[in-house]
Design a protein around this ligand. Structure first.
Ligand code: PLP
Length: 454
């Protein structure tokens, strides 16, 4: 694919003058400009200067089946020309939305059979909390409102999703809905208290949760929300058995467990959903987005248990309806993209590829630990992270001004690989079609990039 020549100078100017970029430092953006990504194919993306890069971040943890899938484009075009949009409010529906809901119920853990559509991950989480509050209101438990989350969790940036998010810097100078959310400490095995074994650390995290319940009162807590592996907060893998134990505490206290699988679903950990297949848990709700459509169209979904649905779906007050949803809930073009995406994931056994190549990626990334700044290499399968430090023994960080994550990413990009800098971290979350050969190429690039940085 090569797009027609673009007037990049003029585009940069327009961008700089008018496009408010998300998660962007305006000072560096205005000084250095931006890279225009113009073309993509398979594991590669290309910029407007004709430079080709291996995509090490799947767009933004989402292009799971890889770029340039003509059959997804065709499915979207067919749907858009046949019937691009019509409401799903009241008693209206469309074929891709119905098909996809049934497919998601088939793929999800057995008790999750009901789908509420949204526009992405943030709106899925936002809608979920509204539905959870509604659920407890209808059960006659209006005090069950508080949501427990953890520091460094990332759940998005609608007002409510940003409030669930526990990454402190994400909310600098923003307000949050603190009366609704309580954050516990993050599950960070690398930075766990000195001298504590992983087993003791797991006990400690569970106890912290139990203590918070005792303090706030189970009657005031609606749910605990968790990413099975925390993503944007630094790819934090909790200790063995942690999520299952958290689920047991939730069940014992009539607290719902919400799994935010926006990143972990659709193959990133080698399964369509990780909660049950990887972590042996059965959340009351699973949220997904990103890999659901591999980023070809915006889409989010909240998968709800039969038990909750029974309450949400009982007749409304006279003259009332379940008054929540978006114009684009069940958007036909997005749902058509998701259906084709899932067909590809299944046909090409992409989860199997992740189960095969993922451990190799982990093993090879760990070989980079000899570099002076690489304090930790962690993650699972196609969800990995390097943590850069000033001193491996003390785990002290380099000063923020050192911009170490940015520098490693820039050195990698110069050598043909895009990875994501997040503060002092570098995230590797590739399309799920990387092979062992791709991994070898990537490791060679990262080895050089880290050597050039240190
Ligand atoms: N939840 C998790 C775990 C995420 O990683 C993200 C985005 O990165 C979101 C929610 C928010 O999704 P979106 O950006 O589609 O609103």
């Amino acid at each position: 694919h090569t797009s027609p020549a673009l007037d990049t100078q003029s585009l940069w100017q327009k961008d700089k003058d008018h496009f408010i970029h998300p998660f962007t430092d305006f000072s560096t953006f205005h000084e250095e400009g931006c890279d225009l990504i113009t073309d993509s194919e398979g594991i590669y993306v290309q910029d407007s200067r004709g430079n080709r890069f291996i995509d090490g971040i799947a767009g933004l943890w989402c292009v799971n089946v890889g770029h340039g899938r003509a059959e997804i484009g065709q499915a979207m075009a067919d749907q858009a020309t046949r019937m691009a949009y019509f409401s799903t409010f009241n008693n209206l529906s469309n074929a891709p939305a119905s098909e996809l809901a049934a497919k998601l119920a088939e793929l999800a853990p057995a008790h999750l059979n009901h789908v509420f559509y949204s526009c992405g991950g943030s709106t899925a989480n936002d809608a979920t909390i509204r539905l959870v509050h509604y659920y407890f209101n209808r059960l006659g438990k209006p005090d069950k409102k508080r949501i427990l989350s953890r520091n460094n969790a990332y759940h998005g940036t609608t007002y409510l999703a940003a409030s669930l998010t526990g990454i402190e810097s994400n909310n600098w100078d923003f307000d949050t809905l603190d009366h609704l959310v309580t954050h516990l400490s993050e599950a960070n095995c690398y930075r766990r208290p000195e001298g504590m074994s992983e087993v003791e650390y797991c006990d400690h995290l569970v106890k912290e949760f139990e203590d918070a319940i005792a303090e706030i009162g189970a009657d005031n807590i609606a749910a605990f929300i968790a990413e099975p592996i925390m993503g944007a907060g630094g790819v934090l893998v909790a200790p063995e058995g942690y999520l299952k134990r958290m689920q047991a505490v939730c069940r014992a206290n009539d607290i719902l467990l919400i799994a935010d699988e926006v990143v972990t679903a659709f193959g990133r950990l080698g399964h369509f959903f990780a909660s049950e297949a990887v972590f042996d848990t059965q959340p009351d709700i699973i949220n997904c987005a990103k890999g659901l459509s591999s980023g070809y169209a915006p889409l989010g979904a909240t998968l709800i248990s039969d038990e909750l649905y029974e309450v949400l779906g009982t007749p409304q007050r006279k003259g009332g309806v379940l008054s929540t949803g978006f114009t684009y809930s069940g958007h036909p073009v997005s749902c058509a993209a998701a259906l084709k995406n899932i067909e590809i994931l299944e046909r090409e056994s992409i989860c199997e590829n992740v189960r095969e190549v993922g451990p190799y990626l982990e093993e090879r990334l760990k070989t980079l630990s000899h570099h002076a700044t690489v304090g930790d290499v962690r993650g699972s399968h196609f969800m990995m992270c390097l943590e850069n430090v000033a001193d491996k023994a003390t785990k002290d960080l380099l000063p923020v001004e050192a911009r170490v994550g940015d520098r490693v990413a820039a050195e990698a990009q110069r050598r043909g690989l895009i990875i994501r800098p997040v503060g002092h971290l570098n995230i590797v979350s590739p399309p799920l079609i990387w092979t062992r050969d791709t991994v070898d190429q990537v490791i060679a690039i990262l080895d050089e990039a880290l050597a050039a940085t240190t």
